[in-house]
Design a protein around this ligand. Structure first.
Ligand SMILES: [Zn+2]
Length: 115
């Protein structure tokens, strides 16, 4: 039987069921204490969507281009956290070398595209 998993509401990575969650798995939202603390402290979802929607249909944008669009200059990993949540909600996809890739395992330069 497959181990149940769900998507962390903070970093957007999938995580697997652990015994310590036996009593409250249905309510578990975050993969780690760190993610629970950070929650939506670094939420770039709106910005990613607005940047993509301002471009021609089918256009991609690199994570580092998003980070350059505000004065906080969030690092690329922070942008990717928000982007993974958008993949989870079906709004965008991760693209590398013209192919859609799994946001859990994609490494290095990644591009986002509206679905
Ligand atoms: Zn997490």
């Amino acid at each position: 039987m497959a181990i149940p998993s769900k998507m962390c509401a903070s970093c957007g990575r999938s995580f697997e069921y652990r015994k310590k969650w036996a009593k409250n798995w249905a309510e578990v939202k975050y993969c780690s204490d760190e993610c629970r603390r950070n929650k939506t402290k670094f939420d770039y979802r709106e910005r990613i969507l607005s940047e993509l929607k301002s471009r021609p249909r089918g256009a991609t944008i690199a994570a580092h281009e998003i980070s350059g669009t505000d004065d906080k200059s969030a690092d690329v990993e922070t942008i990717k956290r928000s982007a993974r949540l958008l993949v989870g909600s079906g709004e965008i996809e991760f693209v590398q070398n013209g192919r859609v890739v799994d946001p859990d395992t994609a490494r290095g330069e990644v591009f986002f595209r509206l679905r």
